[in-house]
Design a protein around this ligand. Structure first.
Ligand code: AMP
Ligand code: MG
Length: 359
């Protein structure tokens, strides 16, 4: 058994946690300081504001996580930190904090890929055994992965442009709803009807790739049309747009999950399991329809509790604990990486930028 301190600061959550690794690992503390209020006026995460807030809050988060776990720093066996991918200022703040703690205490440092943290969460929460199929859907990422081990992942497909969480956030902005957009669009959709025709991008393609950028533009057009007809955005139109947009995202995620399940089962028919992770996995209709699909196809469905779906440091401590057990130790040359694909054997997805794939 080992005690791992985890640190996460790759986007807009400053987080620290202590996890006890063992036959069934246990989250002893999971502290998250969100930054929603700091970014609310800007309609999205401002990287410089995020980095500064991380630098201010990291030591407070670490102290709170240790206190809540009733563990002293020198009792920890390793310090696991998100070393990417993410907003570079925030990742650097976390890596510097972890290096400082490691040097001061002599406790080994382990750099963790943020996406691996998400992708390995079902091992922590449900004791899922490798391999399994993972759908990672968050504010910055969307991909289907086969998780073979803590260090080996095969990407079956992913978004070629926006992530679904980003699309939820942008649609919320278009419709005058508060950030983060996911929960507010989901809540507003409850009072609406999915009556507005919107595209289901790339559904005609046989692969597992997705696109959400055009869908967002289609919502913009439909909003303008509704506003022109009614002389403003009526509440019912707003709700119907939310419901229609959400229905389209559900259809795309479920439709592409069917293809990913086929590809996965061809590889590992003896382990039928699909797990979801990432902030968008908090969405009720998305969870419900994926669960129904798994029931229909005879797959075990795993969705971590919400606090472990969105960004958190328990997943980083846990992933770091698995890597530490496998012998990984990092030195002071551990680099903060803005881009760090989990599956480096795959070609970057289209639209992933001049510097290569984000994920
Ligand atoms: P993460 O990137 O994992 O921290 O997750 C944050 C993203 O998840 C943001 O883009 C949110 O809008 C999105 N999100 C959170 N809750 C929901 C929800 N209920 N429905 C859809 N998206 C959500
Ligand atoms: Mg976040």
């Amino acid at each position: 058994m080992s005690l791992i301190l985890g640190i996460e600061s790759s986007c807009d959550d400053t987080a620290a946690a202590v996890v006890r690794m063992g036959g069934s690992s246990e989250v002893l503390s999971n502290v998250v300081y969100g930054q929603n209020a700091l970014h609310a006026d800007f309609g999205g995460v401002v990287p410089e504001i995020a980095a500064r807030a991380h630098a201010e809050k990291l030591d407070v988060a670490v102290a709170a996580a240790l206190a809540e776990a009733q563990v002293a720093l020198n009792e920890c066996d390793a310090i696991a930190v998100t070393a990417g991918p993410g907003l570079i200022g925030g990742v650097m703040a976390g890596v510097m904090c972890a290096k400082g703690l490691s040097v001061a205490s002599g406790i080994p440092l382990v750099g963790v890929n943020h996406l691996a943290g998400h992708a390995l969460t079902p091992v922590l929460t449900d004791g899922l055994i490798f391999p399994y199929l993972m759908l990672l859907v968050s504010g910055g990422h969307c991909q289907f992965l086969i998780a073979h081990s803590p260090t080996k992942f095969t990407r079956l497909g992913g978004t070629i442009d926006d992530a679904p969480g980003e699309a939820f956030d942008k649609v919320a902005r278009l419709l005058g709803l508060p950030q983060p957009g996911g929960p507010s669009v989901e809540a507003c959709a409850k009072g609406g009807e999915a009556r507005i025709p919107l595209p289901r991008p790339l559904m005609d393609r046989a692969d597992c790739n997705m696109s959400f950028s055009g869908l967002k533009t289609a919502v913009l057009r439909a909003r303008d049309h509704a506003m022109a007809a009614a002389g403003g955005l009526k509440r019912q139109d707003q709700a119907d747009l939310c419901a229609s947009f959400q229905a389209s995202v559900v259809d795309v995620l479920v439709g592409k999950s069917k293809r990913a399940i086929d590809a996965y089962l061809a590889h590992a028919p003896e382990r039928p399991a699909l797990a979801v992770a990432g902030g968008v996995a908090a969405n009720g209709p998305i969870r419900a329809d994926l669960k129904a699909l798994c029931a229909e196809r005879g797959l075990k469905f795993t969705a971590p509790p919400l606090a472990l779906c969105t960004d958190n440091a328990a997943m980083i401590a846990h992933a770091g604990g698995l890597l530490f057990a496998g012998g990984q130790r990092d030195g002071l040359d551990l680099a903060a990486r803005p881009r760090w694909p989990l599956d480096q054997t795959q070609a970057p997805l289209i639209g992933s930028g001049k510097k290569g794939a984000k994920a």
